[in-house]
Design a protein around this ligand. Structure first.
Ligand code: NAD
Length: 498
């Protein structure tokens, strides 16, 4: 077997080793013997160097006209499109999502590049009349400065692109710290930044632990914004750390997403949506369907069909086109899922499918776990309340729409939700009353489109919405209001005129 490639940090336009000279191994979760590459195990000094480079570069980059900044991003989209297959395959190898889904992850970055390249010629502000004569008023978007981007492993190219690309078009400089389980996909993104000629220091990339590199980014006074996606536990710590230096913190965190299936739903459609929502990416999506709340009248029929469909999913090497379910990302995640399955059993829920680790030889070298469906789940059970982040879905019974909505909203999280019904009144009531940032009608809880605001409420988010939508620009810019008085005399605003 060839020696695994060694990847470096990217600081001030150079590929450099970490000062500690430690290394992190990026291993395939489908075959833990396979090392995809080694990455720098950086420390605070490396983060400091990247932040200093970004701060220097920001002074020049913010003055590059936005349409020119956008041209770099368009070229990034072109390169990504050309290399989509190569990057998708490497992504599947490093974090285990089926190849078809990995292509979608790269496609998302392409879409973000193209969409935000157009934004370079918009970045609209506002003009408004002044209350005084011979005075003009307008507001413009101003970049924030150095942005720390901290990302998870489950969408290893899409999520970094959601942060990096809007940050750049808005005129910020960045330090990107990817999750250690999937640093290669964001390495590709950064490499392309270099290829298209984004000036040195504007984009920096530092791999390493959350505590050392992430912790330094959140603490450093010159970093003016942290854009974080990850668990609610870590997001809370990030938010606290940001408060110390008055940074803006944009947080996208965990979920416990519910799908409601009403008695008038098209059950075939609902089952399709449930299987896709619960088991795509082996349930490791922040928007994964982890609770299905089914009207009592159709409960048995729905569960029978769901079990049959989920039982037919193909599990195995995620590089094979026909595979539906790859491995979990690492051993800790596998253990967490197995622990929750045990908790579910102890709580009295019934695992009607799966629930036992796959042990056949073909699974032995990876972290495979089968689709698992619990019935007899009640809202107070831990498996119905806590984020499991694996191929485990809980089915709960409801008496009607009000009951279903109450169960769906009885959670600390609020990312995505969905309802299957043929009744327009029920659909609109649910769209209004589900306490989530995203709601689907007659579609699964997963599958957001990048030009629409993405994010959640309660412990899922802190009020920001990312992706490539206009709301992403709100994260990466400050509003600056400009008054121009061309009267040639002192004019006082109405508040000062008594
Ligand atoms: P995680 O919280 O463990 O890690 C996320 C990132 O934070 C990693 O890069 C990690 O190294 C870093 N980090 C860890 N400790 C840190 C610290 N003290 N200071 C700064 N950074 C630190 O999450 P994960 O396991 O990588 O991802 C899974 C989680 O992400 C799930 O909870 C999932 O729901 C969530 N997620 C949310 C969204 C969303 O948009 N809402 C999208 C994808 C994933």
């Amino acid at each position: 077997m060839a020696e695994p490639k060694s990847y470096r940090n990217f600081i001030d336009g150079e590929w450099v080793e970490a000062s500690s000279r430690g290394a992190l191994e990026d291993r395939s979760p489908a075959d833990k013997g396979e090392v995809i590459g080694t990455f720098q195990d950086s420390g605070e000094a490396d983060a400091d160097a990247a932040i200093a480079a970004a701060a220097r570069a920001f002074r020049r980059w913010r003055l590059v006209p936005a349409p020119k900044r956008a041209e770099y991003l368009f070229r990034m989209g072109e390169i990504l499109l050309k290399r989509k297959e190569e990057y998708a395959r490497e992504m599947t190898r490093e974090m285990g999502k089926p190849i078809r889904e990995a292509r979608g992850d790269v496609q998302e970055a392409i879409d973000v590049c193209y969409h935000l390249a157009g934004e370079g010629r918009r970045l609209h502000g506002h003009t408004t009349p002044s209350e005084l004569p011979n005075k003009a008023c307008f507001s413009v978007r101003a970049p924030i400065g150095v942005c720390g981007l901290i990302t998870p492993w489950n969408f290893p190219m899409a999520i970094p692109s959601w942060k990096l690309i809007p940050a750049l078009v808005c005129g910020n400089a960045v330090v990107l710290k990817p999750a250690s389980d999937a640093p290669l996909s964001s390495y590709h993104l950064v490499k392309i930044c270099q290829e298209v000629g984004i000036p040195r220091g504007v984009v920096n990339y530092v791999t390493g632990s959350g505590a050392a590199v992430g912790g330094r980014l959140t603490a450093h006074p010159e970093v003016r914004l942290i854009s974080f996606t990850g668990s609610s536990e870590v997001g809370r710590l990030v938010n606290l750390a940001c408060a110390d230096t008055f940074k803006r913190a944009s947080l996208e965190m965990g979920g416990k997403n519910a799908m409601i299936v009403m008695d008038d739903a098209r059950l075939d459609l609902a089952v399709d949506g449930a299987v896709w929502g619960a088991f795509a990416t082996a349930g490791q999506r922040c928007t994964a369907t982890s609770r299905i709340i089914v009207h009592k009248k159709v409960l048995k029929d729905f569960v029978d069909r769901l079990v049959e469909r989920a039982g037919g999913l193909k599990i195995g090497d995620p590089l094979q086109e026909s595979v539906d379910l790859g491995p979990l990302v690492n051993e800790a995640q596998l253990k967490k899922v197995m622990d929750y399955v045990q908790i579910g059993r102890d709580e009295g829920a019934d695992p009607v499918l799966g629930g036992v680790r796959l042990t056949k030889a073909e699974y032995g070298r990876g972290f495979f776990f089968p689709p698992t469906i619990f019935t007899g789940v009640t809202p107070e059970m831990r498996i119905a309340r806590e984020e499991i982040f694996g191929p485990v879905v809980c089915v709960l019974a409801a008496d009607g729409l009000d009951d279903a909505l109450a169960i769906a909203n009885d959670t600390l999280y609020g990312l995505s939700s969905s309802i299957y019904t043929q009744d327009v009144n029920r659909a609109f009531t649910a769209a209004r009353d589900l306490e989530t940032g995203i709601t689907y009608v007659n579609a699964s809880t997963i599958g957001a489109e990048t030009h629409l605001p993405f994010g959640g409420v309660k412990r899922t988010g802190n009020g920001h919405r990312e992706g490539a939508a206009h709301t992403a620009l709100d994260i990466f810019t400050e509003w600056k209001t400009v008054y121009v008085d061309y009267s040639g005399k002192l004019q006082k605003a109405q508040i000062d005129n008594g």
